[in-house]
Design a protein around this ligand. Sequence first.
Ligand SMILES: C[S@@+](CC[C@H](N)C(=O)[O-])C[C@H]1O[C@@H](n2cnc3c(N)ncnc32)[C@H](O)[C@@H]1O
Length: 311
Amino acid sequence: MATPAFDRSPAPAAAVGERPQPPLQPRPALVAVATTPLDEASAAADYAHFVARVRVLTGIDLSGYKAPQMQRRLLALATRQGAPSLRAFAQAMERDAKALEAFQNFFTINVSEFFRDPARWTALAEQVLPKLMQPPRRALRIWSAGCSIGAEPYTLAVLLDELYPGVAHTIFATDIDETTLRRAAGGTGYGETDLRNVAPSWRAKHFRQANDGSWSVTPALKSKITFRRHDMLREPAGQGFDLVVCRNVVIYFTDAAKQQLYGRFHDALRPGGVLFVGGTEVVSNARDLGFTPWLTSFYVAGPRPANTTRG
Ligand SMILES: C[S@@+](CC[C@H](N)C(=O)[O-])C[C@H]1O[C@@H](n2cnc3c(N)ncnc32)[C@H](O)[C@@H]1O
């Protein structure tokens, strides 16, 4: 199929695609930074304390993220925020909404863009989608996990509309970060850089430019996606997906968390369904998890291997 060139407080556990998201809860207003001396001996204890407080304050469980990297990056953030240790930063987060927000913004690292890594989207359009759409299949059930500002699910919606117009696909888009998710659901405020890989004809059809130069997706495109908050490390996945897209999210996850997550994605896919990961990501032990590696970044779900237990 010819494809136009690309110019370049936690919610209760609910499976994706099974229950609507309850209203997002406001965070308590919080002030001020206490100080303690920073030294090698107390750093690990401070990190453990920080992890525990973050779990209470935000519902985010940092235990699935690589500790050395997370600790180093958090300390840099704490210093930028004027806190001399993670313990002090945790105290600041309890009292100061701005400190809590700084943590959440940092933690979710929501860099994204439309058609990010264009060659992989070309592979999706030319090889993966035709396979998934083989007759008698008409509509696909898709999950974009860790969707950030929405560029990824909107990219899926653009592609499907262009390649299979008039088919009512289902696209769920989830992220752990409520603020980012609100922006994604709004579908506004995208910059030129975010759209740099979108072909001009597709830009003209699926986007509108505001007076300030920023771009929004059209209401028609927006209506194709269901957004909701979801922590992929802690909450159940749905089932029966044809395609699960999880790209550029797992970099800070521990190997154990990644294995568990990919196992869950396998169970969320129908047999023959496809997992689409980031350009630099590899599913290690793919076959043990029930996947067959296919193209770069794409894995096909087979039957669940015998004697496996998934968390
Ligand atoms: C770098 S962005 C990737 C966005 C998009 N997938 C892409 O490739 O352009 C990573 C996103 O993963 C989200 N994230 C991190 N941990 C998560 C978790 N446990 N559950 C759901 N989303 C998570 C972050 O909030 C962030 O928006």
